[in-house]
Design a protein around this ligand. Sequence first.
Ligand SMILES: [Zn+2]
Length: 152
Amino acid sequence: MPDRMPLIVGPPRPARTTVYTRGMLSTPLRFLRACRRRCPNCGAGPMTVRWFRLMPACPGCGLRLDRGESDYFLGAIVFNMAFAEGLFALGVFGLLLWTYPSPPWDALYYGGIAGMIVAPIVLYPYSKLCWLAFDLGFRPPRPEDFAARPTG
Ligand SMILES: [Zn+2]
């Protein structure tokens, strides 16, 4: 028996241009990645260029964040409002419980207005990435969802 086995070299493989993963990730993992402003599909990131601007495609897996649809983030608007209103409801309920029986109505009124202005701004990138995480659960990534990466 020889000391070393001969190295078997096969034909060169074509360069891989996209990482295609079927939507087998768990829902909590996708949402956790979205809440960290990372790609819900592969975890690469951060996916924000600026606070109000996402990258067009994931640098890790190449998933196009709008999945090739011009109106893709309409669902993110719903998520944004639902998250903001949910925070508002939790805040009001918590403050009412904390200060019962004499809640500070003026603070609730003005704080609620300020909160409903600030919360959608703060939640903007998270709502978009959470929408993507939500959508990937129902529509797993297809090959056409991945942007072609330059080959070098
Ligand atoms: Zn990715």
